[in-house]
Design a protein around this ligand. Structure first.
Ligand SMILES: [Zn+2]
Length: 134
């Protein structure tokens, strides 16, 4: 299955800049609250759970689990692709694409790992691929 796609340059807010810089180093980091201990994604200036501004970045091992997904068919001559919510840490989910896979083989709860692809402007984009095949 072809997964060749062009990825557009993301809109990068100042509070999300460290996330994107880490992605350029092939690392997945999660914005985590020092007050309540919960992480969140997409990065924000304040914790969405307790509104604290005392946040830190925690690097993950890049593993996650498919929480939900949908296979998208954009046209008969275009490759299908998979849009998904992946749980990247306890109760922290990222909207992403699953790549390097047979879309028909994916399942909820499947373990995936972070992979990065460059946008046209050189920014790494966070995607995931299955850890194991069925
Ligand atoms: Zn908090």
């Amino acid at each position: 299955m072809s997964t060749t796609r062009e990825y557009i340059h993301p809109e990068i807010s100042p509070e999300a800049r460290p996330f994107w810089d880490a992605a350029n180093e092939g690392k997945l980091v999660i914005h985590t609250c020092r007050d309540c201990g919960r992480g969140h994604h997409y990065p924000r200036a304040m914790c969405p759970h307790c509104y604290s501004a005392d946040l830190e970045w925690k690097e993950t091992d890049g593993h996650g689990e498919i929480y939900s997904f949908s296979v998208v068919t954009a046209g008969k001559d275009l490759p299908r692709y998979v849009i998904a919510y992946v749980e990247i840490a306890d109760r922290v989910k990222a909207m992403t694409n699953i790549v390097d896979c047979d879309p028909d083989s994916l399942r909820i709860g499947q373990r995936v790992k972070a992979v990065f692809r460059r946008s046209k402007t050189g920014q790494n984009i966070l995607l995931f691929s299955p850890l194991e095949s069925l």
